[in-house]
Design a protein around this ligand. Sequence first.
Ligand SMILES: *Cc1c(COP(=O)(O)O)cnc(C)c1O
Length: 384
Amino acid sequence: MHSLDQFAQEKLDDLQRRHLRRVLAETVREDGIWVERDGKRLLSFSCNDYLNLTQHPAIKQAAIAAIEKYGAGSGASRLVTGNHPLYAQLEARLARIKKTEAAVVFGSGYLANAGIIPVLIGRDGLVLADELSHACLLAGAQLSSGKVMTFRHNDVAHARELLEAHRAEHDHALIVTDGVFSMDGDLAPLAELLALANEHDTWLMSDDAHGLGVVGGGRGSSFVGNTHIPIPLQMGTLSKAVGAYGGYLCASEAVIDLIRNRARTLIYSTGLPPACVAAAIAALDLIEREPGYAALPVQKAKAFTKAASLPDAQSPIVPVIIGDEEKTLAASRLLAEEGYLAAAIRPPSVPPGTARLRLTFTAQHPDDAIARLAELVRNKIMAH
Ligand SMILES: *Cc1c(COP(=O)(O)O)cnc(C)c1O
Protein backbone atom coordinates (compact mmCIF):
# COMPACT_ATOMS: atom_id res chain seq x y z
CA MET A 1 0.00 0.00 0.00
CA HIS A 2 1.14 3.54 -0.69
CA SER A 3 2.55 5.04 2.51
CA LEU A 4 0.04 7.88 2.38
CA ASP A 5 -2.95 5.54 2.28
CA GLN A 6 -1.35 3.33 4.92
CA PHE A 7 -0.94 6.38 7.15
CA ALA A 8 -4.61 7.29 6.69
CA GLN A 9 -5.84 3.73 7.22
CA GLU A 10 -3.89 3.29 10.47
CA LYS A 11 -5.27 6.54 11.84
CA LEU A 12 -8.81 5.50 10.91
CA ASP A 13 -8.40 2.03 12.45
CA ASP A 14 -7.25 3.64 15.68
CA LEU A 15 -10.28 5.95 15.76
CA GLN A 16 -12.54 2.98 15.07
CA ARG A 17 -11.09 1.01 18.00
CA ARG A 18 -11.75 3.94 20.33
CA HIS A 19 -15.33 4.48 19.06
CA LEU A 20 -14.23 7.89 17.81
CA ARG A 21 -14.52 7.36 14.07
CA ARG A 22 -17.04 9.69 12.50
CA VAL A 23 -19.05 9.43 9.33
CA LEU A 24 -20.93 11.99 7.29
CA ALA A 25 -24.55 10.82 7.28
CA GLU A 26 -26.49 12.11 4.32
CA THR A 27 -29.36 14.11 5.75
CA VAL A 28 -32.23 15.80 3.99
CA ARG A 29 -33.73 18.53 6.11
CA GLU A 30 -37.38 18.69 5.04
CA ASP A 31 -38.45 21.70 7.05
CA GLY A 32 -37.27 23.36 10.24
CA ILE A 33 -37.49 20.23 12.41
CA TRP A 34 -37.93 17.03 10.39
CA VAL A 35 -35.06 15.29 8.64
CA GLU A 36 -34.70 12.18 6.53
CA ARG A 37 -31.81 9.76 7.00
CA ASP A 38 -31.47 6.27 5.50
CA GLY A 39 -35.07 6.51 4.30
CA LYS A 40 -36.27 7.22 7.82
CA ARG A 41 -38.04 10.37 9.01
CA LEU A 42 -36.71 11.72 12.30
CA LEU A 43 -37.59 14.69 14.46
CA SER A 44 -34.28 16.49 14.81
CA PHE A 45 -32.94 17.70 18.13
CA SER A 46 -29.51 18.16 16.58
CA CYS A 47 -29.72 21.28 14.42
CA ASN A 48 -28.57 24.77 15.38
CA ASP A 49 -31.43 26.20 13.35
CA TYR A 50 -33.00 27.41 16.60
CA LEU A 51 -35.63 29.60 14.98
CA ASN A 52 -36.18 27.30 12.00
CA LEU A 53 -35.28 30.22 9.75
CA THR A 54 -33.33 28.09 7.23
CA GLN A 55 -36.72 27.17 5.81
CA HIS A 56 -38.67 30.39 6.38
CA PRO A 57 -40.52 31.38 3.16
CA ALA A 58 -39.80 35.13 3.35
CA ILE A 59 -36.12 34.50 4.09
CA LYS A 60 -35.75 32.02 1.23
CA GLN A 61 -37.45 34.56 -1.00
CA ALA A 62 -34.97 37.27 0.05
CA ALA A 63 -32.11 34.91 -0.88
CA ILE A 64 -33.65 34.12 -4.26
CA ALA A 65 -34.19 37.82 -5.02
CA ALA A 66 -30.52 38.51 -4.17
CA ILE A 67 -29.38 35.79 -6.59
CA GLU A 68 -31.56 37.29 -9.32
CA LYS A 69 -30.20 40.77 -8.72
CA TYR A 70 -26.53 40.15 -7.83
CA GLY A 71 -25.73 36.60 -8.96
CA ALA A 72 -24.89 33.26 -7.36
CA GLY A 73 -21.41 34.11 -6.11
CA SER A 74 -19.59 37.29 -5.19
CA GLY A 75 -16.66 36.82 -7.57
CA ALA A 76 -13.77 38.10 -5.44
CA SER A 77 -12.56 39.04 -2.00
CA ARG A 78 -14.52 41.86 -0.41
CA LEU A 79 -11.44 44.08 -0.73
CA VAL A 80 -11.39 43.64 -4.49
CA THR A 81 -14.85 43.50 -6.11
CA GLY A 82 -16.75 41.06 -3.89
CA ASN A 83 -18.25 43.71 -1.60
CA HIS A 84 -21.79 43.76 -3.03
CA PRO A 85 -24.24 46.41 -1.70
CA LEU A 86 -25.99 44.05 0.74
CA TYR A 87 -22.95 43.93 3.03
CA ALA A 88 -23.36 47.51 4.25
CA GLN A 89 -26.98 46.87 5.20
CA LEU A 90 -26.10 43.70 7.10
CA GLU A 91 -23.22 45.30 8.96
CA ALA A 92 -25.32 48.30 10.00
CA ARG A 93 -28.01 45.93 11.23
CA LEU A 94 -25.56 43.86 13.28
CA ALA A 95 -23.99 46.95 14.87
CA ARG A 96 -27.45 48.23 15.81
CA ILE A 97 -28.47 44.93 17.42
CA LYS A 98 -25.23 44.66 19.39
CA LYS A 99 -25.10 48.39 20.22
CA THR A 100 -21.62 48.90 18.80
CA GLU A 101 -20.31 51.58 16.44
CA ALA A 102 -19.56 49.18 13.61
CA ALA A 103 -19.49 45.58 12.39
CA VAL A 104 -17.68 43.50 9.79
CA VAL A 105 -18.90 40.29 8.17
CA PHE A 106 -16.61 37.32 7.39
CA GLY A 107 -17.10 34.13 5.35
CA SER A 108 -17.94 32.10 8.47
CA GLY A 109 -17.64 32.16 12.25
CA TYR A 110 -14.55 29.97 12.03
CA LEU A 111 -12.93 32.36 9.55
CA ALA A 112 -13.87 35.30 11.80
CA ASN A 113 -12.08 33.87 14.84
CA ALA A 114 -9.11 32.71 12.78
CA GLY A 115 -8.82 36.22 11.35
CA ILE A 116 -9.60 38.53 14.28
CA ILE A 117 -7.34 37.19 17.03
CA PRO A 118 -4.04 37.36 15.06
CA VAL A 119 -4.77 41.01 14.18
CA LEU A 120 -5.06 41.93 17.85
CA ILE A 121 -2.46 39.67 19.43
CA GLY A 122 1.09 39.17 18.17
CA ARG A 123 4.17 37.30 19.33
CA ASP A 124 4.44 39.30 22.56
CA GLY A 125 0.76 39.03 23.43
CA LEU A 126 -1.29 36.76 25.67
CA VAL A 127 -4.59 35.01 24.94
CA LEU A 128 -6.53 33.66 27.91
CA ALA A 129 -9.29 31.28 26.85
CA ASP A 130 -11.98 29.48 28.78
CA GLU A 131 -11.03 25.80 28.52
CA LEU A 132 -14.37 24.94 26.89
CA SER A 133 -14.12 27.66 24.26
CA HIS A 134 -15.06 26.61 20.74
CA ALA A 135 -12.29 25.02 18.67
CA CYS A 136 -12.07 28.01 16.33
CA LEU A 137 -11.36 30.46 19.17
CA LEU A 138 -8.45 28.24 20.16
CA ALA A 139 -7.37 27.95 16.51
CA GLY A 140 -7.38 31.76 16.20
CA ALA A 141 -5.38 32.00 19.41
CA GLN A 142 -2.79 29.52 18.08
CA LEU A 143 -2.53 31.42 14.80
CA SER A 144 -1.74 34.64 16.69
CA SER A 145 1.64 33.19 17.77
CA GLY A 146 1.14 34.81 21.17
CA LYS A 147 1.17 32.88 24.43
CA VAL A 148 -2.06 30.90 24.89
CA MET A 149 -3.32 29.89 28.33
CA THR A 150 -6.65 28.38 29.35
CA PHE A 151 -8.59 29.03 32.53
CA ARG A 152 -10.95 26.54 34.16
CA HIS A 153 -14.44 26.66 32.74
CA ASN A 154 -16.29 29.83 33.85
CA ASP A 155 -13.78 30.26 36.69
CA VAL A 156 -13.18 34.03 36.88
CA ALA A 157 -10.92 33.63 39.93
CA HIS A 158 -8.65 31.34 37.91
CA ALA A 159 -8.56 33.84 35.04
CA ARG A 160 -7.68 36.54 37.59
CA GLU A 161 -4.80 34.42 38.98
CA LEU A 162 -3.40 33.91 35.48
CA LEU A 163 -3.63 37.61 34.65
CA GLU A 164 -2.02 38.63 37.94
CA ALA A 165 0.84 36.22 37.29
CA HIS A 166 1.36 36.81 33.55
CA ARG A 167 -0.22 40.05 32.29
CA ALA A 168 2.94 42.11 32.93
CA GLU A 169 5.05 39.84 30.69
CA HIS A 170 2.99 40.74 27.60
CA ASP A 171 2.33 43.87 25.56
CA HIS A 172 -1.36 43.09 25.05
CA ALA A 173 -3.77 40.52 26.46
CA LEU A 174 -7.11 39.19 25.27
CA ILE A 175 -9.67 37.04 27.09
CA VAL A 176 -11.82 34.90 24.80
CA THR A 177 -14.89 32.87 25.72
CA ASP A 178 -18.08 31.51 24.25
CA GLY A 179 -21.07 33.60 25.42
CA VAL A 180 -23.28 30.50 25.31
CA PHE A 181 -21.12 27.36 25.45
CA SER A 182 -21.67 25.28 22.36
CA MET A 183 -21.59 21.81 23.92
CA ASP A 184 -22.89 22.58 27.44
CA GLY A 185 -25.42 25.34 26.83
CA ASP A 186 -24.41 27.33 29.90
CA LEU A 187 -23.64 31.06 29.86
CA ALA A 188 -20.29 32.74 30.49
CA PRO A 189 -20.01 35.20 33.42
CA LEU A 190 -19.54 38.07 30.96
CA ALA A 191 -20.04 40.97 33.40
CA GLU A 192 -17.39 39.56 35.77
CA LEU A 193 -15.00 38.80 32.92
CA LEU A 194 -15.38 42.33 31.56
CA ALA A 195 -14.67 43.87 34.97
CA LEU A 196 -11.60 41.64 35.32
CA ALA A 197 -10.38 42.47 31.82
CA ASN A 198 -10.75 46.20 32.47
CA GLU A 199 -8.81 45.97 35.74
CA HIS A 200 -5.86 44.43 33.89
CA ASP A 201 -5.86 46.47 30.68
CA THR A 202 -6.97 43.33 28.90
CA TRP A 203 -9.45 43.04 26.02
CA LEU A 204 -12.48 40.74 26.00
CA MET A 205 -14.04 38.92 23.08
CA SER A 206 -17.23 36.89 23.38
CA ASP A 207 -18.23 34.32 20.77
CA ASP A 208 -21.99 34.49 20.57
CA ALA A 209 -22.58 31.79 17.97
CA HIS A 210 -25.34 30.28 20.13
CA GLY A 211 -26.60 33.51 21.67
CA LEU A 212 -27.67 35.77 18.81
CA GLY A 213 -31.35 35.28 18.04
CA VAL A 214 -32.16 33.18 21.10
CA VAL A 215 -31.05 34.77 24.38
CA GLY A 216 -31.18 38.35 25.65
CA GLY A 217 -34.34 39.15 23.69
CA GLY A 218 -32.61 37.92 20.53
CA ARG A 219 -29.65 40.31 20.93
CA GLY A 220 -27.43 37.65 22.47
CA SER A 221 -25.54 36.77 25.61
CA SER A 222 -24.38 40.28 26.49
CA PHE A 223 -28.03 41.33 26.85
CA VAL A 224 -29.34 38.54 29.12
CA GLY A 225 -31.60 39.71 31.96
CA ASN A 226 -32.35 43.13 30.46
CA THR A 227 -28.81 44.34 31.02
CA HIS A 228 -26.27 45.42 28.48
CA ILE A 229 -22.69 44.34 29.08
CA PRO A 230 -20.59 46.51 26.75
CA ILE A 231 -18.13 43.87 25.56
CA PRO A 232 -15.68 45.54 23.20
CA LEU A 233 -15.36 42.56 20.82
CA GLN A 234 -18.56 40.64 20.09
CA MET A 235 -18.25 38.01 17.39
CA GLY A 236 -20.71 35.41 16.25
CA THR A 237 -22.13 33.53 13.33
CA LEU A 238 -24.99 33.92 10.89
CA SER A 239 -25.24 30.14 10.48
CA LYS A 240 -27.17 29.14 13.60
CA ALA A 241 -30.30 30.98 14.77
CA VAL A 242 -29.95 33.38 11.83
CA GLY A 243 -30.26 30.37 9.53
CA ALA A 244 -27.89 31.52 6.77
CA TYR A 245 -24.09 31.48 6.67
CA GLY A 246 -21.24 33.83 7.59
CA GLY A 247 -19.50 35.25 10.65
CA TYR A 248 -19.27 38.75 12.12
CA LEU A 249 -17.49 41.00 14.56
CA CYS A 250 -19.18 43.97 16.24
CA ALA A 251 -16.82 46.53 17.79
CA SER A 252 -15.76 50.19 17.64
CA GLU A 253 -15.15 51.99 14.32
CA ALA A 254 -11.39 51.91 14.85
CA VAL A 255 -11.24 48.19 15.62
CA ILE A 256 -13.49 47.27 12.70
CA ASP A 257 -11.45 49.42 10.32
CA LEU A 258 -8.26 47.74 11.50
CA ILE A 259 -9.82 44.28 11.03
CA ARG A 260 -10.87 45.20 7.48
CA ASN A 261 -7.28 46.17 6.77
CA ARG A 262 -5.48 43.30 8.45
CA ALA A 263 -7.59 40.16 8.94
CA ARG A 264 -6.14 37.61 6.53
CA THR A 265 -9.29 35.48 6.43
CA LEU A 266 -11.20 38.53 5.22
CA ILE A 267 -8.58 39.76 2.76
CA TYR A 268 -7.64 36.44 1.16
CA SER A 269 -11.03 34.74 1.04
CA THR A 270 -13.93 35.37 -1.32
CA GLY A 271 -16.90 37.43 -0.13
CA LEU A 272 -20.07 35.61 0.82
CA PRO A 273 -22.62 34.84 -1.88
CA PRO A 274 -25.26 37.62 -2.03
CA ALA A 275 -27.98 35.10 -1.11
CA CYS A 276 -26.38 34.41 2.29
CA VAL A 277 -26.15 38.08 3.12
CA ALA A 278 -29.72 38.79 2.01
CA ALA A 279 -31.05 35.83 4.02
CA ALA A 280 -29.20 37.05 7.11
CA ILE A 281 -30.68 40.56 6.77
CA ALA A 282 -34.21 39.15 6.43
CA ALA A 283 -33.65 36.85 9.42
CA LEU A 284 -32.34 39.66 11.63
CA ASP A 285 -35.40 41.71 10.62
CA LEU A 286 -37.61 38.94 11.91
CA ILE A 287 -35.58 38.49 15.11
CA GLU A 288 -35.81 42.22 15.91
CA ARG A 289 -39.51 42.32 15.11
CA GLU A 290 -40.53 39.21 17.05
CA PRO A 291 -38.72 38.86 20.40
CA GLY A 292 -41.51 36.53 21.59
CA TYR A 293 -40.66 34.07 18.83
CA ALA A 294 -36.95 34.39 19.62
CA ALA A 295 -37.68 33.39 23.23
CA LEU A 296 -39.32 30.08 22.25
CA PRO A 297 -36.22 27.83 21.92
CA VAL A 298 -35.09 28.54 25.49
CA GLN A 299 -38.66 28.07 26.78
CA LYS A 300 -38.84 24.68 25.05
CA ALA A 301 -35.43 23.67 26.42
CA LYS A 302 -36.54 24.62 29.94
CA ALA A 303 -39.72 22.56 29.57
CA PHE A 304 -37.56 19.60 28.55
CA THR A 305 -35.05 19.88 31.41
CA LYS A 306 -37.90 20.20 33.92
CA ALA A 307 -39.65 17.09 32.56
CA ALA A 308 -36.40 15.10 32.33
CA SER A 309 -35.24 16.18 35.84
CA LEU A 310 -32.08 17.76 34.44
CA PRO A 311 -30.55 21.11 35.54
CA ASP A 312 -32.57 24.08 34.26
CA ALA A 313 -31.63 25.01 30.68
CA GLN A 314 -30.07 28.47 30.18
CA SER A 315 -30.06 28.33 26.39
CA PRO A 316 -31.52 26.09 23.64
CA ILE A 317 -28.64 23.62 24.17
CA VAL A 318 -29.06 20.78 26.66
CA PRO A 319 -26.28 18.24 27.21
CA VAL A 320 -27.21 14.74 28.34
CA ILE A 321 -23.82 13.62 29.55
CA ILE A 322 -23.24 9.87 29.43
CA GLY A 323 -19.44 9.69 29.58
CA ASP A 324 -18.64 6.52 27.68
CA GLU A 325 -18.42 6.85 23.88
CA GLU A 326 -19.97 3.48 23.06
CA LYS A 327 -22.90 4.01 25.45
CA THR A 328 -23.47 7.45 23.97
CA LEU A 329 -23.67 5.99 20.47
CA ALA A 330 -26.10 3.35 21.77
CA ALA A 331 -28.29 6.06 23.34
CA SER A 332 -28.33 7.97 20.06
CA ARG A 333 -29.37 4.76 18.22
CA LEU A 334 -32.10 4.09 20.79
CA LEU A 335 -33.59 7.54 20.26
CA ALA A 336 -33.37 7.12 16.47
CA GLU A 337 -35.45 3.96 16.79
CA GLU A 338 -38.04 6.06 18.62
CA GLY A 339 -38.03 8.65 15.80
CA TYR A 340 -35.65 11.25 17.28
CA LEU A 341 -32.39 12.51 15.87
CA ALA A 342 -30.05 13.22 18.80
CA ALA A 343 -26.42 13.24 17.72
CA ALA A 344 -23.73 11.64 19.88
CA ILE A 345 -20.95 14.14 20.59
CA ARG A 346 -17.59 12.59 21.42
CA PRO A 347 -14.03 13.74 22.09
CA PRO A 348 -12.29 15.81 20.83
CA SER A 349 -15.44 17.94 20.44
CA VAL A 350 -15.92 17.52 24.21
CA PRO A 351 -13.38 16.61 26.95
CA PRO A 352 -12.50 12.90 27.40
CA GLY A 353 -15.00 11.06 29.57
CA THR A 354 -17.85 13.48 28.83
CA ALA A 355 -19.38 12.02 25.65
CA ARG A 356 -22.96 13.14 25.44
CA LEU A 357 -26.12 13.61 23.53
CA ARG A 358 -26.31 17.28 22.69
CA LEU A 359 -29.95 18.23 22.35
CA THR A 360 -30.97 21.51 20.76
CA PHE A 361 -34.47 22.93 20.99
CA THR A 362 -36.09 25.06 18.34
CA ALA A 363 -39.10 27.36 18.17
CA GLN A 364 -41.25 24.88 16.29
CA HIS A 365 -40.67 21.67 18.25
CA PRO A 366 -44.10 20.37 19.33
CA ASP A 367 -44.59 20.26 23.11
CA ASP A 368 -45.88 16.67 23.11
CA ALA A 369 -42.78 15.44 21.25
CA ILE A 370 -40.59 17.22 23.80
CA ALA A 371 -42.48 15.58 26.67
CA ARG A 372 -42.01 12.13 25.12
CA LEU A 373 -38.32 12.75 24.50
CA ALA A 374 -37.92 13.78 28.15
CA GLU A 375 -39.58 10.56 29.26
CA LEU A 376 -37.26 8.47 27.06
CA VAL A 377 -34.18 10.29 28.33
CA ARG A 378 -35.24 9.95 31.97
CA ASN A 379 -36.37 6.33 31.86
CA LYS A 380 -34.27 4.72 29.16
CA ILE A 381 -31.02 6.68 29.14
CA MET A 382 -30.32 8.34 32.48
CA ALA A 383 -31.69 5.34 34.42
CA HIS A 384 -29.06 3.01 32.87
C1 LIG B 1 -20.48 27.07 15.20
C2 LIG B 1 -19.56 27.89 16.01
C3 LIG B 1 -18.60 28.69 15.40
C4 LIG B 1 -18.32 28.62 13.93
O1 LIG B 1 -19.26 29.32 13.19
P1 LIG B 1 -19.46 28.90 11.64
O2 LIG B 1 -20.16 30.09 11.08
O3 LIG B 1 -20.27 27.67 11.64
O4 LIG B 1 -18.11 28.71 11.07
C5 LIG B 1 -17.86 29.53 16.19
N1 LIG B 1 -18.02 29.55 17.52
C6 LIG B 1 -18.91 28.77 18.15
C7 LIG B 1 -19.05 28.86 19.62
C8 LIG B 1 -19.70 27.91 17.41
O5 LIG B 1 -20.57 27.11 18.03
